[in-house]
Ligand binder design. Structure first.
Ligand code: LLP
Length: 383
């Protein structure tokens, strides 16, 4: 994707910055739409992955709903014209203020994560004389086999309601007239690259769906969350996820009744590959065993490698050298974890070269910080 023309254009911008390919974003959105409509599936964009205004503007023009995890994300969705009847609001710790705001907007559904939250939600809805539509976020105890910080569907995780609590929830709901249970919600983790855990999830969903039906709850909404991973190692080989295969797993394994809709919450798979972090090499520091390429971007711009030991492909965009050298590619922040990659093979690199960290569109800019009083990271866009 980095043609001579683009590299020349990028050389004119002040580094570091995020560079987004809006054409790729649009093509990804088109693929999601084509493949999900085959089965009438409902897809919500997970705002947490990227809330850059230009990205949100592009996504708002599609028919996608919004998956939000804070009052401000709900506000961002509303203000950008997302249909309120397609906004879902999840989170283990929704504040009263956030719940009240979302109740005022009449959003589609609150994904409730604990028995305690049900009480609070009912109380706040009652004050407004409203009935809140809710789905129970269920912890299905399915191992997503991903990094421990981004696995969410195990008993040990803080998310969701556990099956041993179902009877209590059902009893409780009978006493909460300002809540209407419309669905079941699941999300087992993020950056899941094997479809096996999703098959397991489908089977668990079928069991739980049957359990609730037997208890008299014929629920119209089944929401299986998101989490499908992208190819960080070869972004050019697979810059748009194989959504056909992904959705087909659910089509093949989930048993929906005629009146039931299937919902998804996709973040990374939509925005991951369209974003790149572009940085300039400040110094090449040669040690006895290790060469360091010190960039002007660090963990303040992209925290994923420091936080999850995540891999992002690193490329030197401007070196024309034929010799390949190993570098520890690091940032300028005063933390040893501020390292993007160890022994990374790059074309011989010198001060002033432009380096790109690929596949940084999801959980990149949105997790940036101003630690060390760094400037806010900029962004530029290709049409
Ligand atoms: N639904 C729920 C309830 C979630 O918690 C998440 C992500 C998603 C949907 C969207 O997941 P996705 O399709 O984007 O995988 N910062 C981490 C990822 C955290 C994901 C949190 N939840 C990272 O950089 O890898």
């Amino acid at each position: 994707m980095f043609t001579e023309k683009i590299i020349k254009e990028l050389s004119g911008y002040k580094t570091p910055f995020y560079y987004y390919d809006l054409t790729l974003l649009q093509r990804t959105l088109d693929a999601v739409k084509t493949e999900s409509t085959k089965y009438n599936y409902h897809v919500h964009y997970a705002f947490k992955a990227n809330t850059n205004p230009e990205i949100i503007k592009v996504i708002s023009k599609t028919s996608l709903g919004a998956d939000c995890v804070s009052g401000n994300e709900v506000k961002c969705a509303v203000e950008n014209g997302f249909d309120v009847s397609k906004i879902v609001f999840a989170g283990v710790g929704k504040s009263d203020e956030e719940i009240n705001y979302a109740l005022d907007q009449n959003i589609f559904c609150f994904n409730c994560e604990s028995l305690q939250e049900l009480d609070v939600m009912n109380e706040l809805a009652a004050i407004k004389n409203k009935v809140a539509a809710i789905a129970l976020r269920i912890n299905p105890n399915v191992d997503a086999h991903t990094h421990k910080y981004i696995t969410t569907g195990l008993e040990e995780n803080k998310f969701g309601i556990n099956p041993y609590e179902f009877e209590t929830v059902i009893e409780k709901l009978k006493q909460l007239p300002n809540l209407k249970l419309i669905g079941l919600h699941f999300h087992i983790g993020s950056q899941i690259t094997d479809l096996g855990p999703y098959k397991k999830l489908c089977l668990r969903v079928n069991e739980i769906n049957r359990f609730f039906l037997n208890k008299g709850y014929d629920l119209p909404v089944i929401n299986v969350g998101g989490g499908i991973g992208i190819n960080y190692h070869e972004p050019d080989k697979e810059n748009i996820l194989d959504f056909a295969t992904y959705f087909k797993v659910f089509h093949d394994f989930i048993e929906l009744r005629k009146n039931q809709e299937l919902h998804f919450e996709l973040g990374r798979a939509i925005v991951g590959q369209c974003g790149n972090l572009v940085s300039k090499v400040l110094y090449i520091k040669n040690g006895i065993n290790t060469n360091f390429a010190i960039l002007d971007a660090g963990m303040t711009e992209l925290i994923r490698p420091a936080l999850y030991q995540a891999y992002h492909k690193i490329e030197n965009l401007t070196s024309s050298s034929k010799s390949i050298i190993k570098y520890d590619v690091v940032g300028p922040i005063c933390e040893s974890s501020d390292c993007f990659g160890k022994a990374v093979e790059l074309a011989e690199t010198k001060r002033g070269d432009l380096v790109v960290l690929r596949s940084a569109g999801a959980y990149g800019e949105v997790m940036s910080s101003r630690y060390n009083l760094r400037d806010e990271v900029r962004s530029y866009f290709s049409e």
